[in-house]
Design a protein around this ligand. Structure first.
Ligand code: IMP
Ligand code: MG
Length: 185
C-alpha cells in the first residue's frame, strides 16, 4: 500500500466567502426553467451547454423546464488554467447536431468580459438558427457587457474569481454545491 494521504477538502485558504448558497441556486434555476418553458411554449429549443463550467447548471436547468427540450454541448477555451483571460476563444469540441432553423439557447456558467458569449452568438448565427437566446448562471459586475443583451441571468456577482456549481479554478472545486470566492493561488 502506498502512503498517499489525501489533502483536506477544500484545501485551507482556497475558499472564501460563500456568495450564493445551494438553496438560492435551486430557487433561481427553477424560476429560469419556468420562464424558458413559458417563452418556448410550442417549440423544442436546443439547449447548448458550454463545457465544462455550465454542466451542473444545464443539468439542473433542463429538468426545471416543463416541456420538450434537446441538449447539445460545445467546449471552448479562453482561459486555459489561468484565472485571467488570454483573450482568445477556441472551439475545442463542436456541436453534435445541426442548429439550422432551430431555436437555440446558449447556456454559460459565467459571463465576464463577454468575449466567449459574443463569439458563440456569432458562431451560432452563422449556422442560420431560427433564433439564438443566451442564458448565464452568473454575470460579473462590470461595464464590459453593455452591448450584450443576455436573456436569462441567474445572479449578478461582484468582481471576484469564483468556484463551485460547475465553475473551476484549474479544474478544481466544480463539485461544490454553492458559489464561493476563490482565495487560493
Ligand atoms: P469571458 O469570455 O471573459 O466572458 O469569460 C467567460 C468564461 O471564463 C466562462 O465561461 C468561464 O469558463 C471563465 N471564467 C470567468 N470567470 C470565472 C470565474 O470566476 N471562475 C471560473 N471560471 C471563470
Ligand atoms: Mg473554466
Amino acid at each position: 500500500m502506498s502512503q498517499w494521504t489525501p489533502s483536506p477538502f477544500p484545501v485551507p485558504g482556497d475558499i472564501g466567502e460563500i456568495l450564493i448558497t445551494g438553496e438560492q441556486i435551486v430557487d433561481r434555476v427553477a424560476a429560469i426553467g419556468r420562464q424558458i418553458a413559458h417563452d418556448f411554449r410550442g417549440e423544442v429549443p436546443m439547449v447548448v451547454g458550454v463545457l465544462k463550467g455550465s454542466v451542473i447548471f444545464v443539468a439542473d436547468l433542463i429538468r426545471a423546464i416543463d416541456g420538450p427540450v434537446q441538449l447539445d454541448f460545445l467546449a471552448v477555451s479562453s482561459y486555459g488554467d489561468q484565472t485571467k483571460s488570454t483573450g482568445v476563444v477556441r472551439i475545442i469540441k463542436d456541436l453534435d447536431h445541426e442548429v439550422t432553423d432551430r431555436h437555440v439557447i446558449i447556456v454559460e456558467d459565467i459571463v465576464d468580459s463577454g468575449l466567449t458569449l459574443r463569439y458563440l452568438i456569432e458562431y451560432m448565427n452563422a449556422r442560420r438558427p431560427a433564433s439564438v437566446r443566451t442564458c448565464t448562471l452568473l454575470l460579473r459586475e462590470g461595464d464590459h457587457t453593455d452591448d450584450l443583451d443576455i436573456d436569462y441571468v441567474g445572479f449578478d456577482i461582484p468582481p471576484a474569481f469564483v468556484v463551485g456549481y460547475g465553475l473551476d479554478a484549474a479544474q478544481n472545486y466544480r463539485n461544490l454545491g454553492y458559489i464561493a470566492e476563490y482565495t487560493g493561488s
